[in-house]
Design a protein around this ligand. Structure first.
Ligand code: ATP
Ligand code: MG
Length: 339
């Protein structure tokens, strides 16, 4: 069992990152250990270059992201926790895979279309080839399980296509180089939506702070954001089909259900018929309860730059070592001569 996943240090991690991905990092690090496998979680700082960024902020965000992940339960003794910039094999393998990935495949990626919007010509090449770096990230370690939110499912399918084509084109039939990775997506919270618009996903890069709950928000901020979250004027329905066409209501119910472990049907059974004025404080309190210990731990860790850098350095050394066999084999399969 090889678990591999990444998160961009492009801002403060939010509830969508937590419920969609980080909860599963923590779960799978234990499962990998029990199975005698490994878990690799990396900060995708190379991916962060795909959009405009401030170098000083990237440095701060990278350390804060380590502190947040550890505060959420990612244990550097169980997980190989590192940043891409310290493991050059990610960028190297991306280049090798650039020969295999097709323009047509990348052109179909919805993240590319969403993030580029109408201005495709003005985007960085890194934004376009983002999924190839992501393929390199997971293929380098022969990932079997990739815990991600639903928005990354398409990129994982592309990683499988790249792996398959590389194996077909350059490897003997009985000795494929790359393992085909499987996405590991939580059924209940695969796609948490913005608090301002129930049709777009919650994102670090959304310009509005009010669109997301950051994992480091304090209790007052959480209660304020939930109170201001967009809703409609109808009371909550008693059954799930009543959520059809009510994206914002569905999102708040989904969040509450994921936080408490209660099914959507049970939540609606309990709160159906009530207005948001009654439900929002209940949701806010549940969030505050879950995030309080994470927040406290984050505050303890965040200023210890030395300790955070040491975690990354240790993780990177291990990651470099684990990546060598696959990278070497990829060079060799392509017929590249190296001393
Ligand atoms: P950015 O806006 O910079 O792309 P992001 O919020 O999309 O940031 P990423 O670092 O790209 O965060 O993604 C980290 C992980 O969180 C990925 O596994 C992704 O699928 C997951 N994720 C991101 N947003 C959500 C969401 N709204 N719901 C569930 N999972 C999510
Ligand atoms: Mg993203």
């Amino acid at each position: 069992m090889r678990v591999v996943s990444g998160i961009q240090p492009t801002g403060k991690p939010h509830l969508g990152n937590y419920l969609g991905a980080i909860v599963n990092y923590v779960k799978l690090q234990d499962e990998a250990q029990a199975a005698g496998g490994e878990c690799f979680i990396f900060l995708a700082d190379l991916h962060a270059l795909s959009q405009a960024h401030d170098p000083a902020e990237l440095t701060v965000n990278t350390r804060e992201m380590v502190a947040t992940l550890v505060a959420c339960g990612v244990d550097p003794m169980k997980t190989i926790l590192f940043n891409q910039a310290q493991v050059p094999a990610h960028a190297e393998l991306q280049w090798l895979l650039n020969g295999t990935a097709r323009m047509g495949w990348l052109n179909r990626m919805t993240q590319w279309k969403d993030k580029a919007g109408k201005n495709r010509e003005g985007q960085s090449i890194a934004l376009f080839t983002y999924p190839v770096l992501q393929a390199a990230d997971v293929l380098l370690y022969q990932a079997t399980h990739v815990p991600v939110g639903e928005d990354q499912k398409q990129h994982l399918e592309l990683a499988r296509d790249i792996a398959q084509k590389f194996n077909n084109d350059f490897c003997p039939e009985d000795a494929p180089l790359f393992t085909l990775p499987e996405p590991y997506i939580p059924p209940a919270a695969a796609r948490i939506m913005s608090l301002r618009d129930g049709t777009v996903k919650m994102s670090k890069s959304d310009p509005s702070e009010m669109s997301r709950i950051s994992l480091t928000d304090d209790a007052d901020t959480i209660m304020k954001k939930i109170k201001k979250a967009k809703t409609d004027a109808e009371p909550l329905p008693s059954e799930e089909k009543g959520l059809e066409g009510r994206a914002e209501a569905r999102n708040l119910i989904t969040i509450y259900s994921a936080l408490t472990g209660k099914s959507v049907a049970d939540v609606l059974g309990e709160y159906g018929g009530q207005g948001f004025g009654g439900f929002k404080p209940v949701l806010g309190e549940a969030l505050v309860e879950i995030l309080r210990p994470i927040n406290a731990r984050f505050m303890e860790l965040k200023d210890d730059q030395e300790a955070l850098d040491a975690i990354l350095a240790r993780g990177a050394a291990k990651a470099r070592e684990h990546g060598i066999p696959t990278l070497d084999a990829a060079y060799k399969a392509l017929g590249l001569v190296r001393g």
